[in-house]
Write a protein of this length. Structure first.
Length: 287
């Protein structure tokens, strides 16, 4: 790995740490609001209204965090690619024209990525970021209503219901987690094998972090592909394993089968993937 790539990855992972912190801050703000407002609510209707506002506010703030961090990562990745290309073209004839065109593309890329982010489809299931966030919001509202209904039916106090809602939004430990699917099945008398539509399993925290990590790292990879695809120096794409692969998985196969002539040849990876892509460069003298 080149020095430029190492520096770029270092900045990228710093941005990812910031992303995790930002998402946690938004989640914490939501739990504080639940503690403050649900405990004062007197009826099921009032509690549901509170949660509609809490979930809606979370989604707005979460989306803002994703957009901002996405733009930052696109900038980091595009600047890294520019440094790589500048070094590569150092002794290539006609480099000035190639570089000037590439610099213009790099300069415009972060804003372009910012504008398309919510409509960008993920390779695995072809769903957009916006659709993913909408599913998170809808599932959170359904589960919140089920938690409130269950608590009232069992005679729980507003304080107890608030604690249950917080366990669903942001559980502090594994034992605190509530299962949205189990709560749904209990309320509507469904069998254990029944999977509710548009209700993600796991907490809001789990699903929010999963979306954030998966989509922002896709931006890092996608930037490398978009900027180099079709360029005279690009012979294909190389899948590089992240340091977070303790056991063999699909990403090991992706790396072993590299390079890929076209990005459409790269098979799907998995959610939460932090692997990155580099360019299979043509020899400078062959351009």
């Amino acid at each position: 790995m080149t020095k430029n790539k190492k520096e770029g990855l270092k900045k990228f992972f710093k941005e990812m740490v910031g992303l995790e912190d930002d998402v946690n801050t938004v989640l914490d703000s939501s739990t504080i609001e639940i503690s403050r407002k649900i405990t004062k609510a007197k009826t099921e209707y009032e509690m549901q209204r509170v949660m509609t506002g809490v979930v809606g506010g979370f989604i707005v703030n979460f989306t803002d965090v994703l957009k901002e961090r996405n733009k930052n990562v696109a900038k980091i990745s595009s600047e890294t690619e520019l440094k790589e290309v500048e070094a590569y073209l150092k002794n290539v004839k006609g480099r000035t024209a190639l570089l000037n065109k590439f610099r213009r593309q790099v300069s415009a890329y972060p804003q372009k990525e910012f504008e398309r982010f919510m409509f960008r489809k993920f390779p695995i299931d072809k769903r957009t970021v916006g659709q993913r966030i909408k599913t998170l919001q809808g599932g959170a509202l359904k589960t919140a209503r089920n938690v409130i209904y269950k608590g009232i039916q069992e005679g729980e106090s507003a304080d107890q219901i608030a604690k249950s809602l917080i366990k669903y939004i942001r559980p502090e430990k594994i034992g605190d987690r509530l299962s949205p699917w189990s709560i749904y099945r209990d309320r509507f008398g469904r069998p254990k094998t029944f999977v509710p539509k548009e209700v993600p399993s796991g907490s809001v925290s789990y699903n929010a972090h999963r979306i954030a990590r998966t989509e922002i790292n896709e931006t890092y990879r996608r930037t490398t592909i978009d900027l180099n695809k079709g360029k005279p120096w690009c012979n294909g794409f190389i899948w590089n394993l992240s340091g977070s692969h303790p056991k063999y998985d699909i990403c090991n196969k992706l790396a072993e089968n590299s390079p890929y002539k076209d990005d459409s040849d790269i098979p799907d990876s998995h959610p939460n993937c932090l692997c990155h892509i580099t360019i299979d460069l043509i020899k400078p003298e062959e351009i």
